[in-house]
Design a protein around this ligand. Structure first.
Ligand code: ARG
Ligand code: GLU
Length: 710
């Protein structure tokens, strides 16, 4: 027995290093399956991904292209984060029906709210199509010729792939374009809002706690997928019916404890794990700081208005959350890269790589990669900063500029023909409606005054007084008439005239130059990726995130962010109450929740220690897009909902480090508790399949013990 324990201990030491990575679900046989088993999983590769039988993947859906959701009932109920459903919750909110503030619960199917434009997408199958995609692509071609050949191959692949009429096809590059995969997908467009906790639960701790552990946020919301009468994907109709999925996740009432296996199954958006040192240096020392400064300036203004005006709070809730989220992530990323000495470590690694290339006698092929990077990134620096700052000021923080940019694009497109003008105008006019619903010119003007000086010395504070683009009515008027008339009116609008030279510069100079260098860098990065895998074949390589379905696995685990500090991996409702600040916009707690806490009225949802778990962390390697992804236990049950990463580890997009990178999940028992005890929506609980996997495995261990004593 002792020897076995010791061996298990040794193996666990070895696998402690074997974490991190976002793996392609159709390729888990072998190495991944083994690693997962070592971490305590009972799942086979087929349990996770199977084309012919239902498997876990059938319960996972890309949520609106940016988040993840999972099916948790046989009637198409899906769970995602509160912050993923935030703009839908916001769009149904008004001062009279403030669902942001008070939460929303549909007590029957009839009360579920449709959401225009919202969709979810399932992956039906994944195929490696590298050979076909790269067919005929040879080294003597220029990058443009290569891409043209690949595009043509992909076109053929898409046309010849076998699929059902209601399915769609996507082909995406992996490993920087060294591999290609084809996806058959199913997209549902009738997705209704079923439930959301109040912001004081769903976004508890707001920006102060965002990206931070210990965390106490109930970051979840619930939707339902509707299908046509044949259970097929379709757009909204009142005749649609709840979708019957091929698989829905059972929900575990037993939770997890430190050391337990977890996996996170979802759609991570973008990572950059194979960047050269010089790129990381540029991002963290030049691009991040200038963007942080711009958002700092904007947020100071927006936050202030939101705190003092409920109308503005509702109008700006979603926009503010978006701006604040990356702002804080960049700050954390920079701190982490610096503290872990990541740039120097990459340099050291590059020296080893260069030596290895030399040793293997392949300098002809790969010897110039690092110096090519150096040269290209040096040329790239000023244009990359400029482009990024442009996008921050003109397309993110300042809303007048953002809408003018749309109008400018309309003018460009509209110059081609009468028809393209009409189409472009219809698009812009349509976007006006949502834009002006959430627009406040006073706030925006202040944002302009604070951010524009960070981009240019040419700041004209009078433009807001004279432009027609600060209200829906006058903006719509400006776009009335034929294309000639519209262009003429635009030429007299001061704000448009002010912005136009910046847009021209962007379209004529910054954009093209940026794209050209970016293409050259991408070609070297592709070669570097190939070289790494060839020169150091024993390392673990996983493709960077690209918004495709992946799994990542690890263990529930605390971490030591600095000397003498250790964070345990689970938080409880007690911590919510510790953080409670009455009437605070970030840390207020609803009275009802305080009552439930005082009475310890936790139903079936408390931990064995009698406390109600709220969040937990693990070593799963996640990124933006994994929001709403299920945390799944060793047996395929839902135990949590991924929603964030810890502050010290936000650098994991460029430098995953298993010592301090942790993902943050809401414990699913907290989700159930809020639905049931807080909201009284027990009909939703009744739809789910609740399980007690630990009770079962305890029985098994007991009977094993009995066998042994016999
Ligand atoms: N940081 C998490 C993510 O990247 C949560 C963001 C939403 N919460 C917030 N306070 N803005 O999406
Ligand atoms: N909250 C993030 C999201 O929207 C997930 C956290 C992360 O970036 O890891 O996807």
């Amino acid at each position: 027995m002792k020897i076995i324990k010791f061996l298990v201990f040794l193996i666990s030491l070895q696998i402690a290093a074997q974490q991190g990575g976002m793996w392609i679900p159709s390729l888990l046989n072998g190495m991944n399956e083994q690693e997962m088993e070592n971490l305590g999983s009972h799942l086979s590769a087929q349990d996770i991904y199977d084309v012919n039988n239902s498997s876990l993947k059938d319960a996972i859906a890309h949520f609106n292209g940016g988040c993840t959701s999972e099916v948790i009932s046989s009637n198409g109920l899906i769970l995602t984060n509160h912050h993923c459903g935030f703009s839908q919750i916001q769009s149904h909110s008004s001062l009279e029906n403030d669902y942001l503030k008070n939460g929303f619960w549909a007590m029957s199917l009839n009360e579920e709210l449709p959401n225009e434009g919202l969709y979810v997408e399932f992956i039906k199958r994944i195929d490696d199509v590298t050979a076909q995609a790269l067919n005929g692509v040879v080294d003597t071609m220029t990058e443009i010729e290569k891409q043209a050949a690949i595009d043509k191959n992909i076109y053929t692949l898409r046309k010849s792939a076998i699929k059902e009429s209601w399915q769609e096809i996507k082909v995406k590059p992996f490993f920087k374009g060294n591999q290609y995969f084809l996806f058959i997908t199913e997209r549902f467009e009738d997705i209704r809002l079923v439930g959301a906790p109040p912001t004081s639960i769903g976004k508890f701790g707001s920006d102060t706690d965002n990206w931070v552990w210990p965390r106490h946020t109930g970051d979840f919301s619930i939707f339902r997928i509707y299908a046509d009468k044949n259970n097929k994907p379709t757009t909204y109709s009142k005749d649609n019916v709840p979708y019957q999925p091929a698989h829905h996740l059972p929900v575990s009432l037993d939770g997890v404890e430190e050391g337990d296996f977890t996996m996170v199954f979802g759609f991570p958006g973008r990572t950059n794990e194979y960047l050269p040192a010089i790129a990381i240096e540029q991002i963290t020392q030049k691009i991040n700081p200038s963007n942080i400064a711009i958002r700092n300036a904007a947020l100071k203004i927006i936050d202030d208005y939101m705190k003092n005006d409920d109308q503005i709070r509702i109008q700006y809730a979603s926009k503010q959350a978006r701006i604040a989220n990356s702002w804080k992530r960049w700050i954390g990323e920079n701190l982490g890269i610096e503290k872990s000495d990541a740039i120097q470590k990459k340099r050291d690694f590059e020296a080893i790589f260069a030596a290895e290339v030399k040793k293997q006698g392949i300098e002809n092929e790969y010897g110039s990669i690092l110096s090519d990077f150096d040269k290209l990134y040096t040329d790239f620096e000023s244009i990359a900063i400029k482009r990024s700052n442009f996008s921050e000021v003109f397309n993110t923080n300042n809303e007048l500029m953002k809408i003018l940019l749309k109008v400018y694009q309309m003018e460009l497109k509209g110059a081609k023909s009468k028809e393209s003008f009409e189409n472009a105008r219809a698009n812009v006019v349509e976007s006006f409606n949502t834009f002006y619903k959430n627009y406040n010119a006073t706030v925006d003007r202040k944002v302009y005054e604070a951010t524009m000086p960070l981009f240019t010395t040419n700041v004209d504070e009078s433009i807001y007084d004279k432009t027609g683009f600060t209200s829906l009515e006058t903006a719509t008027k400006l776009l009335n008439g034929n294309s000639k008339q519209v262009v003429k009116k635009l030429s007299k609008d001061v704000a448009y005239q002010y912005a136009k030279p910046f847009f021209d510069e962007y379209y004529k100079t910054i954009g093209p130059k940026y794209n050209q260098l970016k293409t050259e860098i991408a070609a070297v990065q592709k070669k570097y990726m190939k070289a790494l895998m060839q020169v150091m074949p024993d390392k673990r390589y996983y493709p960077d995130a690209n918004s495709t379905l992946r799994i990542t696995y690890g263990q529930v685990k605390g971490y030591a962010p600095r000397d003498a500090v250790y964070y345990t991996p689970v938080t409880y409702l007690d911590g919510v109450v510790e953080k409670y600040i009455p009437d605070d916009y970030e840390f207020d707690v609803p009275e009802k929740l305080l009552d439930l806490y005082r009475e310890k009225d936790y139903g079936n949802y408390a931990d064995t220690n009698g406390k109600l778990p709220v969040c937990f962390i693990g070593t799963n390697h996640t990124t933006g897009g994994n929001s709403g992804s299920p945390a799944i236990d060793a047996d395929g049950n839902l135990v949590g909902l991924n929603f964030d990463r810890v502050w010290e580890g936000t650098m994991s997009d460029m430098n995953y480090d298993p010592d301090i990178c942790r993902n943050i999940m809401v414990d699913v028992r907290y989700v159930l508790f809020i639905i049931d005890k807080y909201a009284g929506a027990s009909h939703l609980i009744d739809e789910m399949t609740l399980v007690h996997p630990k009770a079962k495995s305890k029985d098994e261990t007991n009977s094993n013990l009995e066998l042994q004593t016999n």
